[in-house]
Design a binder for this molecule. Structure first.
Ligand code: FO1
Length: 313
């Protein structure tokens, strides 16, 4: 039995986890998921990263976007738009059911982690998916246009503003959800998924005790680079590395993870950076294909990452 805990954001993490549950016993896999992207939309609580991970593992996700449900329609959104309601965030008719269910349970006082557990069980998933915290955590993006709520920056303004700063509202008082610290302490391997280090991993680590637990864990920590050939596979990681003054490369990411991880998984396209990363950080670098183009690629990245982590101990 090898217990693997994964620090996870949205689409990249979901794809990695999809490979992982096919090469490990799903019961031994825990996904600790970012909730800094959460927002209130038309009175409903939306948890995009939790849903992206859950829908992907349940084979329900829209394969084109990587988020939302497959074969989705938007009649409710169109009607809402006609009424003058918020229409810039694509909530599909079927996806809406998840948000109604979650918001209703939250209004009854149920914690997000319990609601997530029940949703994942309903969808027949055997792995554990948990929000990093049951408390309110919101990523706030500092731009030249002022501070923006995460989804305002990301979706409404299409991530077009240069990011000058980031803060995680609520992190001062947020505590880890039940099982989060145990999942880190009891893991045999910890993986930092190929997610955005600033928008997905930092908010997770800002929750009280999570970074410390990672530092104290005896398990090897492997970080998978979300940057391949100097570019983010998806999303604004490259732009944010640049605007915050980091190297726009896997080396820039490696410097960020240098204190946290023991192993850095680098794509073949960046193999020439391996020795520089190893000499600048304490991490051992393992080179392998990291682009998750199909199920086989996801499985081989997941098994290669776990193997690389276990080899490091
Ligand atoms: N991303 C978009 O780019 N546009 C959208 O309209 C959008 C809607 C949406 C609805 C539900 C959901 O679970 C995710 C959604 N996403 C959308 C993705 C979301 O913004 C995620 O936070 C990002 O993918 C970052 O992980």
């Amino acid at each position: 039995m090898t217990r693997v805990s994964v620090l996870a954001g949205g689409v990249g993490a979901a794809r990695f986890l999809d490979g992982l549950v096919r090469v490990m016993a799903p019961q031994d896999v825990t996904a600790i998921v970012n909730v800094g992207d959460d927002m209130e939309w038309a009175g409903l609580h939306i948890s995009p990263d939790l849903d992206t991970v859950t829908y992907t593992l349940a084979d329900l996700v829209n394969p084109e976007t990587g988020w939302g449900l497959r074969a989705e329609s938007r009649r409710t959104l169109d009607r809402l738009s006609e009424l003058g309601g918020p229409d810039w965030f694509m909530i599909g008719d079927l996806d809406l059911a998840t948000h109604l269910y979650r918001t209703h349970r939250l209004s009854q006082g149920d914690p997000l982690s319990e609601i997530t557990r029940d949703l994942t069980q309903r969808l027949g998933l055997d792995c554990r998916i948990t929000p990093v915290t049951d408390d309110r955590l919101r990523t706030v993006v500092g731009t030249d246009a002022g501070e923006l709520a995460f989804q305002d920056y990301f979706v409404r303004r299409r991530a077009s503003d240069a990011v000058r700063s980031l803060r995680f509202d609520g992190s001062d008082s947020a505590s880890p959800a039940p099982f989060v610290l145990d999942a880190i302490r009891d893991a045999d391997v910890i993986v930092i998924a190929p997610s955005n280090p600033f928008l997905s991993i930092d908010p997770l680590l800002s929750v009280g005790g999570v970074r410390e637990a990672l530092g104290q864990s005896k398990a090897p920590v492997a970080a998978v680079s979300p940057i391949i050939g100097g570019q983010a596979v998806k999303g604004p990681a490259g732009d944010i590395l640049r605007s915050l003054g980091h190297d726009v490369s896997a080396l820039g990411v490696a410097r960020i993870y240098g204190e946290l991880a023991d192993v850095f998984i680098l794509d073949e396209a960046d193999a020439r950076l391996a020795s520089e990363i190893e000499s600048e950080t304490e991490m051992r670098v393992v080179v392998m294909p990291t682009l998750m183009t199909d199920v086989e690629a996801k499985m081989s990245l997941a098994s290669g990452t776990v193997r690389a982590a276990l080899d490091a101990v």
